[in-house]
Every structure is written in structure tokens, then in C-alpha cells.
Write a protein that binds this ligand. Structure first.
Ligand SMILES: [Mg+2]
Length: 373
């Protein structure tokens, strides 16, 4: 039983020199919302709440925690993390319908769930991956966030950091996309792995026309070629014409939606983001179902250091043949916080045996990026 005593939030923004481009929007700074939960015995847990878009929304999520979730949690006792997840979901069910803010509320609950897991694992003196049934602290990792305008530089940087798998953002213009894929395939070699993410940038018609042009790049997967919420018949038609495995999941929410995706077998790679929906409590059972169904669980993640570590723990706990998404864009909110913890060696990141997320948090390192809200 844990009794929660204090819930705090912290908002950071790191201004980017080179903006991050996706097919649907540009990030001029990197936001991060951290949540700290302390129990009555003084054990702390840390979590991170997805807040990339809309780019002004980080402070809003922190305000939701402070005004809605903290008052529910403080001074309450709970038996486990999953019950907290259920209670918070139930307590905000009407509010979610009334406001239409399903996403931000779910993201807050996800971040809380990460923090609770960190706290409980620290009390048990176990790393989260092990507490949740993992047997191996090594995870395969790939370099993500490769932009259309710096594909060569970023691809070279990634290989120099030890990655042998790269994921490029496409969906801009075919000439640019195809030339970037050519460059990256050359950098990574025939034995390396290459993936492409359209970020829902194509219409169904675009996708039908463009997918055959990608065949020669031998991609491990093609991510969100069309809108995530287009009818499954459209996704099915694409999977029928695509020799490249299709991937999606970062824009799915709720166990039922994931279960449907697993059962339909249209996607070969399913990518829940545990800081966006579900935390460990809901994403791990889904991850295990993905793996036992013979599909690949590859956690989606693009944010600060705490969420990245959580994502790595989830993959190590789940096992399978999935691969961890590590953003390689400059972001001190990731690198200053976790340091060398997930540095790759031949594309493998190692979590170690420290309790919880395994991280000693030093907020003073990122103090200058802190935002008052
Ligand atoms: Mg993506």
C-alpha cells in the first residue's frame, strides 16, 4: 500500500536552433512536462507527460495535473498502479466528454502512471523492467527524428553514435523523400535497417502512388502513411499493395483500439506511446499481446529523458523483437537528464539494475530551461 503525499509538476522549454519538421508541423522548441510524486515515506517517483503538440500545450497539461489530478491523489492510499490508472480515468470520464480533451487528460494519467511505477519500483529496490517481468536489460534501439533538411548529417551522426537503424521523416515532396532515403541507405549500408515515417502526411491516393516507389529501399517499416483514423478498409488496401510492413500506434488510445489493431493484422508493427496513453499499466499488457500475436511491439517516443527511459523499460519488460525509438535531435532535456544511460553499442542500449527508472534526477542541470507557468 502506498500513501501519496505530494504531486508536483515542472515545465521546460529548450529553444531549437534547427526546428524539427514533421509533415504536419514544425517544433521551434522542445517542451517537457515532468511530474514528481512523493509518498508518505519520502520515496519519489518521476514521470513525463507527452506534450509535443500543439506546441503551446505543455503548460496546459501541467495545469491539468495541478488542478485536477493532484487533488485526487494527495493523501490517498492505493494498492497498486493499475488501480490508480482506473480511478483517475473514471474520475475524469465526464470531464473528458464535456471538454473534448480526451488526449491531454489521458496524457496526464499516463505520466502519473510512469511516476507511480518509478516510485513503487524504488520501494521494491528493483528496476522497472525487472519488476514488470523482464529478463534482459538490453534493448535494440534506432535513431529517430531524422529531418528532411539534414538527412545526411543526421544519418552520419547516428552511425557515429553506434546506431545501425535509422528512421527518416518523409511525406514532404517525393523528390526530397526519395533522395534522402537513397542517402540514408548508403550511409547505413545493406545490413543496416531503414524505416520511414510519413506522420499521416499522405492522402490515400498519394499513398497508393508513392508506396511502390519505396520498394527499392528495403524498409523495415512504413509508419502512418495515411491518417491514423481512416477506415480500416483503406489501411487494409494499402497493406495489400505494400511489400513494406506498415506501422502505427502513436495515435491510438484505449485498450480496445489496440486490441482491434492487433486482431485485424493490417499493421505488422504496433507503436504505443506510454507517455501519451496508458503508461506502463495499460501499455505493457498490450505490448505482450502484440508480441504473443506474432507482431512487433516498437514503442513510440519523442520527448524528454524520463519518458525515453520509461519507454526503454517497457520494451525490456515486454521482450520480443521490437526496437526502441531514440530521438537523435539535439535536446538537452533528454541528454542532460539521462546522460550516457542509453548510449548505444552496436545499436543496443542497456538499462542496468538501479531501482525504478534507474536515474538520479538532477534538475539543476536543466534549470535554465525551466518555464514559470
Ligand atoms: Mg511516428
Amino acid at each position: 500500500m502506498i500513501t501519496l503525499k505530494r504531486v508536483q509538476t515542472f515545465v521546460y522549454r529548450y529553444p531549437l536552433k534547427i526546428p524539427i519538421k514533421t509533415s504536419f508541423g514544425t517544433m521551434n522548441n522542445r517542451p517537457m512536462v515532468l511530474i514528481n510524486i512523493t509518498d508518505s515515506e519520502g520515496t519519489e517517483g518521476w514521470g513525463e507527460i507527452w506534450c509535443n503538440f500543439p506546441n503551446v500545450g505543455a503548460e496546459h497539461r501541467a495545469n491539468l495535473i495541478d488542478s485536477i489530478f493532484a487533488p485526487i491523489l494527495v493523501s490517498r492510499s492505493y494498492e497498486n498502479a493499475s488501480l490508480i490508472f482506473s480511478e483517475l480515468t473514471k474520475a475524469t470520464k465526464v470531464l473528458a466528454i464535456q471538454t473534448g480533451e480526451y488526449g491531454p487528460l489521458a496524457q496526464c494519467i499516463a505520466g502519473i502512471d510512469i511516476a507511480i511505477h518509478d516510485l513503487i519500483a524504488k520501494k521494491k529496490v528493483l528496476p522497472i523492467w525487472k519488476m514488470l517481468g523482464g529478463t534482459n536489460d538490453n534493448v535494440l534501439a534506432y535513431a529517430s527524428g531524422i529531418n528532411p533538411n539534414q538527412a545526411k548529417e543526421m544519418g552520419q551522426k547516428a552511425t557515429s553514435l553506434g546506431f545501425n537503424s535509422l528512421k527518416l521523416k518523409i511525406g514532404f515532396a517525393n523528390d526530397l523523400d526519395l533522395s534522402n532515403l537513397t542517402i540514408l541507405r548508403e550511409i547505413i549500408g545493406d545490413d543496416g535497417h531503414l524505416m520511414a515515417d510519413v506522420n499521416q502526411g499522405w492522402s490515400f491516393k498519394d499513398a497508393v502512388a508513392t508506396i511502390p516507389l519505396l520498394k527499392r529501399f528495403n524498409l523495415d517499416w512504413l509508419e502512418e502513411p495515411i491518417l491514423a483514423n481512416l477506415p480500416s478498409e483503406d489501411w487494409k488496401k494499402l497493406s495489400n499493395i505494400s511489400s513494406i510492413p506498415l506501422a502505427a500506434g502513436e495515435n491510438m488510445m484505449g485498450s480496445n483500439e489496440f486490441k482491434k489493431a492487433i486482431d485485424q493484422r493490417i499493421l505488422s508493427v504496433i507503436q504505443p506511446d506510454l507517455a501519451k496513453w496508458g503508461g506502463f499499466s495499460r501499455c505493457l499488457p498490450i505490448a505482450k499481446k502484440i508480441i504473443s500475436s506474432g507482431l512487433r511491439y516498437c514503442p513510440h517516443y519523442l520527448g524528454g529523458g524520463i519518458g525515453l527511459l520509461a519507454s526503454a523499460h517497457a520494451l525490456a519488460a515486454a521482450g520480443g523483437d521490437g526496437i526502441l525509438e531514440i530521438d537523435i535531435n539535439e535536446n538537452p532535456l533528454r541528454t542532460l537528464l539521462i546522460g550516457q544511460m542509453l548510449d548505444t553499442n552496436n545499436g543496443i542500449a542497456t538499462l542496468g539494475h538501479n531501482p525504478g527508472l534507474g536515474l538520479h534526477i538532477e534538475l539543476e542541470k536543466i534549470e535554465k530551461y525551466k518555464v514559470r507557468y
